[in-house]
Design a protein. Structure first.
Length: 359
């Protein structure tokens, strides 16, 4: 796909597509590769790559299956949450463009910010699309709220990389992890109350809270979120128990697969028991806190740099750790950049191609 856009697009549509133009990939790809290159330059010893010759291809196959199952789970989930208003073809396009947007846009915006636009172009009205995206956000947050106590029980103090204790990194991470968990819990509770109890009171609360001088600059955004909650409440209150059960199970499935992929990749090169696999799964949740606060597109550079601190002890040598950093980013980041470059032009042609003729 070139940077040239279809003619006669409305301003908002053109702006969205400009943000996803391929030239925006240069910086995150270069940044990520530079960090990986630096890790190899600092640690490379040819003899330490010997485990590659003895890789357990069964675990690599499991990793591929986990990735495929995760994406199929996402497709099923968005189609179910959208009350089957999307065909499977549309759901596939939505997920691929969503993932691509997560890779191209800063982590704070990510694919979630682009999702209402994508759904609208698939024929779902903006109000309903916002409601569906709020369901995904709510369930994602609830998964995090439920899983954190479980992984703390699994890993205990080992949840944090104490090998970096000398730098004070762990103390900072503990605070960030605690603050993020508290924020996610409060936000999930607020969304539950807004959707199922009294959305208008939550909207008033947000507006009043963001009327204080220090928060006033975000008052308009807070009001918009309040309006979205009101719309979502009206859209979702009639959903039955089966709707929420399937949405919850599919959410747990896709996020468990997402967190399991690092363990699968490490197990392909390093012998591992069940306890170690669960330990890596638990530590992955704290690793994701780093990515949540990353300001680069898709966490590029930051994800690669933090990986050895969190998972190096399970891999052994620094050279193998550098290799696994690169492999992990290939299957969870660069893969979706490539898929996005394949799906985005087809999606643009499908949803925008007939517009000039119709006009």
């Amino acid at each position: 796909m070139t940077d040239k856009l279809p003619d006669a697009l409305p301003e908002n549509d053109a702006h969205f597509l400009q943000r996803l133009r391929p030239s925006r990939l240069i910086l995150p790809v270069a940044l990520g590769l530079l960090v990986v290159g630096y890790l190899f330059w600092r640690s490379y010893k040819p003899g330490e790559l010997a485990p590659l010759a003895n890789a357990d291809w069964r675990w690599l196959a499991v990793a591929v299956l986990v990735l495929a199952a995760r994406d199929l789970g996402y497709i099923y989930r968005i189609r179910h949450i959208a009350e089957t208003e999307l065909s499977y073809r549309q759901a596939l396009d939505v997920i691929m463009i969503w993932e691509f947007a997560s890779c191209v846009l800063p982590s704070g915006q990510g694919g979630t910010g682009a999702a209402p636009f994508i759904l609208e172009k698939e024929g779902i009205p903006l109000g309903k699309g916002l409601a569906y995206i709020m369901v995904t956000a709510l369930l994602d947050n609830l998964y995090y709220v439920v899983m954190v106590p479980l992984v703390v029980g699994i890993a205990g103090a080992g949840l944090y990389p104490h090998e970096a204790m000398q730098t004070g990194f762990v103390a900072t991470l503990r605070v960030a992890f605690g603050v993020s968990y508290l924020f996610v819990t409060l936000y999930a509770g607020l969304m539950l109350y807004a959707i199922f109890v009294n959305p208008k009171s939550v909207r008033r609360l947000l507006v009043r809270l963001f009327s204080f001088r220090l928060l006033r600059r975000w008052r308009r955004t807070a009001y918009r979120h309040g309006q979205e909650m009101v719309r979502a409440s009206g859209q979702l209150r009639g959903a039955g128990a089966a709707y929420w059960l399937r949405a919850s199970i599919s959410t747990a499935f896709v996020w468990t697969a997402r967190y399991a992929i690092i363990g699968c990749l490490i197990a392909a090169f390093v012998p591992m028991d069940t306890g170690t696999f669960l330990f890596i799964f638990a530590r992955n949740i704290t690793y994701k806190v780093i990515l949540l606060v990353a300001i680069t597109p898709g966490g590029a550079g930051i994800a690669e740099g933090a990986f050895p601190t969190f998972f190096g002890k399970f891999i052994g040598t620094a050279t193998m750790t550098s290799f696994l950093v690169f492999l992990y980013r290939i299957v969870t980041y660069y893969l979706y950049l490539v898929l996005g470059l394949i799906f985005l032009p087809r999606w643009v042609t499908r949803v925008f191609g007939k517009r000039p003729a119709a006009q």
